[in-house]
Design a protein around this ligand. Sequence first.
Ligand code: URA
Length: 231
Amino acid sequence: MRLDRFLSQNSDFSMSDTRLLIAQQRVLLDGAAAQSIQQAVTRFTRVELDGVCLQDVQPVYLALNKPRGVVSATKDGKYPTVLDLVRHPRKDELHIAGRLDFNTTGLILLTNDGAWSRRISLPERQLPKTYEVSVSRPLNEGYVAAFRAGIFFAYEGVTTLPARLELLSAYTARLTLVEGKYHQVKRMFGYFQNKVLSLHRVSVGPVALGTLEPGSIRPVGAGELAAISRL
Ligand code: URA
């Protein structure tokens, strides 16, 4: 939103008063004197007028290690949700950036920054997501080639983008996808009638789960946030 509109909506001044307020250096945006009525005010811009704070919302970015049997939702009548695991003063503002299935474990990102979660979910951004998978039937190089070439999903009539599969053992692999279709990993192995027994997300772009314990949460670091915005 433009600064003049923000001030008219959040103070007793009108839009036409804003120019004068700025000239008199009475408006601070993130601690610096505002320069123009057209300056953008986002949800996370700290806005002060005559030393009174009109808006001060801190953006929150959290990484969570989702355990099995937890729903990727903010509310559920039956099962615990990822939000039930969060202890944070801004918990009620948070939403999930990229869901995992009920039995999938691993990295989930939570934020109150809708623009950020939209940006990282944009298909054209092709943010790589890496999973460790175990399956019920032995794997072979045929899977590697097929996943690289793309698997046709008849329901949507689309072919998956090239994915990187690294075989770790006869029944386990590491898979990196740059998209997130519904049940994508299970359906890719399902193409070979191979059932996914466990699925664990270890990273989303530059954010890695590392040693975070199941059910634990840590803030996404400044370096990780910077790496995401550089993508
Ligand atoms: N693919 C799946 O099939 N399930 C997930 O939870 C994530 C990716």
